[in-house]
Design a protein around this ligand. Structure first.
Ligand SMILES: NC(=O)c1ccc[n+]([C@@H]2O[C@H](COP(=O)([O-])OP(=O)(O)OC[C@H]3O[C@@H](n4cnc5c(N)ncnc54)[C@H](O)[C@@H]3O)[C@@H](O)[C@H]2O)c1
Length: 282
């Protein structure tokens, strides 16, 4: 089936970025969220990002033309016309289960479902639907309009046809797909998150200040961003959820989430999206 219309569930950091990239690539997009505030925020964020990309000459089409391809909605049933689904709701199994089951009841069985999960088992999420052969991981990186990588993750039952179609879609969206196997955190977060978590331990134990830790990793290791600034960009709640999945998935204490990370999330310091994380944002 030719993919023309993409249904995206969750209009947060990732869903809005994926919608922008899909619409820029010419796809019609339905972007659904339960929160009107998040949909309003998505319109604003996508508009600002397109302005910058157009100014830099990286996007040639008019902003309004691209925006006209995105239909924002709170109503999940609008997504029933989608040719493919990308799920990008909270990194929480119960929330994802509820959304995937609702979509499964709504959409014809030939429609492929993908999930942008950072760490949860694809096989487990696929099993919530009646189409585990047409289900796989399509893991974009943040910020989606700027990062070229996507991880493609097959579940135990994902068919080769599904894999080929999703790989082609990722390429049409201008991304470079890399295949990872279905283990907690896949490749990217298996390596990245323990590093961020360790940076938070170093801060908690007083090994260095926020600035010192980030400067060491930037100037000493040539990372474009320090791990604490990166955690703020990703979202501290997202980081905590991923560490929990790694810890649960491997039952290895090396993946235990840092208590300071947990405290920050409890305090509502979620990083850039809440205005405060390891740094303050106005
Ligand atoms: N933030 C990152 O850097 C990053 C990178 C790659 C992948 N991911 C993954 O992408 C997914 C989304 O992460 P995010 O950072 O965009 O989170 P986010 O908190 O910014 O956005 C999640 C959105 O889901 C919406 N939502 C919650 N329940 C819903 C429901 N039942 N129906 C519809 N919408 C619902 C929320 O209102 C919110 O707008 C997660 O699985 C996360 O692990 C995140």
């Amino acid at each position: 089936m030719a993919i023309k219309k993409i249904g995206i569930v969750g209009a947060g950091t990732m869903g809005s970025g994926i919608a922008q990239v899909a619409a820029t690539a010419g796809f019609d997009v339905f972007l659904q969220d339960i929160s009107q505030d998040q949909l309003d925020r998505a319109v604003h964020v996508i508009g600002k990002s397109l302005d910058k990309l157009i100014e830099k000459g990286k996007v040639s089409e008019a902003k309004d033309t691209i925006l006209s391809r995105i239909k924002m909605t709170k109503d999940l049933t609008v997504l029933k016309e989608s040719d493919l689904i990308i799920e990008a709701v909270f990194e929480n199994v119960d929330v994802k289960k509820q959304v995937l089951q609702a979509l499964d009841n709504l959409l014809p069985s030939e429609v492929i479902f993908t999930t942008n999960t950072s760490s949860i088992s694809i096989t487990k999420l696929a099993a919530f639907t009646s189409r585990p052969d047409r289900f796989m991981g399509l893991h974009f990186m943040n910020p989606v309009p700027l990062m070229t990588l996507v991880e493609l993750i097959k579940g135990l039952q994902t068919s080769s046809e599904t894999f080929v179609q999703v790989k082609e879609l990722a390429e049409k969206m201008g991304k470079v797909p890399v295949e990872a196997n279905d283990f907690p955190g896949f490749i990217s977060n298996r390596i990245l998150m323990p590093m961020i978590n360790e940076a938070i331990f170093a801060l908690m134990e007083g090994v260095g200040t926020v600035e010192a830790i980030d400067t060491v990793m930037k100037l000493g290791m040539n990372h474009p961003m320090g791990p604490l600034a990166l955690a703020d960009l990703i979202g501290l709640d997202v980081c905590l959820n991923i560490m929990e999945v790694l810890y649960e998935g491997f039952r290895d204490p090396k993946y235990r989430p840092c208590p300071l990370l947990r405290k920050m999330v409890e305090a509502g310091y979620l990083g850039r999206k809440s205005g405060r994380g390891f740094y303050k944002y106005s």
